[in-house]
Design a protein around this ligand. Sequence first.
Ligand code: FES
Length: 107
Amino acid sequence: MPIVIFQLPDGTERKVTAESGTALMQAAVSNGVDGIVAECGGNASCATCHVYVDEQHTALVGPPNGVEEEMLDFTAAERRATSRLSCQVRLSDALDGLVVHVPEEQV
Ligand code: FES
């Protein structure tokens, strides 16, 4: 089961364990990680589950998909090269130890 580390805007971090196949957003919400709002429930239509993938893991996580690519233009916090919608990132054992940064704002 992959472990994911969420770096929060206040400098603290939350380490959570999730089943492979779980969406990164779901791992955050199920574990009460602050700052992942996920208003649309994972349909790539709200952009309130925005995260910045740590640069050491961007190649492994891969680029945004087509719909996600469009929605990333509507994030509350600035879009960066490392931006992903966490509902569109599927966790796997290969992503064990993944580090993501939660933006200051989601809405
Ligand atoms: S939960 Fe709405 S876009 Fe990810």
